[in-house]
Design a protein around this ligand. Structure first.
Ligand SMILES: [Ca+2]
Ligand SMILES: [Ca+2]
Length: 271
């Protein structure tokens, strides 16, 4: 057959590549009739999620110099076989939102763009090229439903001490729930007690003997509460409490979100 080699280029979408010239003797171009014209479409795609996209036919060629030229560019922006846009210029620009919402089922998370360019010259010859562009994976937005831990401590030296997390809330305040409370009674980073109730009470002797030096001679203790909600997200709060005066210490010093991938982010709010 006389198809010129150029016609069997990378356009894999064209199931039945056909000779685009009628030249059947495979002779060299003589540039004196339209039968020798070879038209080559070259598509390039540039763009990124959240940015502009440019579909370009730059580099597409007609092979002879007999006066034929490209008169129309058609763009199938999603390679579904239907050409979506026609231009006289050799490129087409579209913003990301219009591209995915109009041509990719409104799917922001698509991972690649595949498009086909069809060019037509003034003699009616046509050629196509199909190309794909891989997109970076979209940034996963971690929900900012952060449990809010609020620790309060009451008690004086010699009496019972009550640690309470009343006022704490799960990340989803409407539908969520707190499923676990953990108490670090001496703020050494080790949670000493875990409860499903939102209070924990311990007498002075047990508190000092078990969690502080028995010769405890300070004015205050410091404890941390950690709550876990039904999604596994956690919040913490640390409070210091005077043991010499009858008072309730309460605060809301910070929250911690632990996401399911294991990394941790922390936000801090002042009292
Ligand atoms: Ca299309
Ligand atoms: Ca501890």
């Amino acid at each position: 057959m006389g198809c010129l080699e150029k016609k069997y280029k990378k356009d894999v979408s064209r199931k039945n590549p056909e000779c685009i010239s009628n030249n059947t003797n495979n002779s060299n171009n003589t540039n004196n009739n339209s039968n020798n014209i070879v038209l080559e479409a070259i598509l390039s795609i540039n763009g990124a999620r959240d940015n502009n996209f440019t579909f370009s036919a730059k580099g597409s060629t007609v092979s002879n110099t007999a006066g034929n030229y490209i008169v129309r560019y058609e763009w199938d922006l999603n390679n579904d076989g239907s050409y979506d846009v026609a231009t006289k210029q050799e490129y087409y620009e579209i913003i990301w939102k219009d591209l995915y919402s109009n041509y990719y089922d409104n799917n922001y998370n698509i991972t690649s763009i595949t498009a086909t360019l069809k060019i037509t010259d003034n003699l009616g010859n046509q050629d196509t090229d199909t190309e794909s562009l891989l997109l970076e994976s979209p940034v996963v937005i971690i929900p900012t439903f952060i449990p809010n831990a609020v620790l309060s401590i009451s008690g004086v030296s010699g009496s019972d001490f009550t640690f309470s997390c009343e006022g704490s809330t799960p990340g989803d305040t409407r539908n969520g729930s707190i499923v676990n409370y953990e108490w670090d009674l001496n703020n050494d980073g080790i949670y000493d007690v875990s409860t499903i109730k939102n209070t924990y009470t311990i007498n002075w002797d047990a508190l000092i003997t078990n969690y502080y030096n028995s010769n405890f001679n300070k004015d205050a203790i410091t404890a941390t509460l950690r709550i876990t909600d039904n999604t596994g997200s956690q919040g913490t709060d640390t409070e210091s409490h005077s043991v010499t005066t009858i008072t309730i210490s309460s605060g809301d010093q910070g929250n911690q979100l632990v996401n399911t991938s294991g990394s941790t982010s922390t936000t801090t709010t002042s009292k």
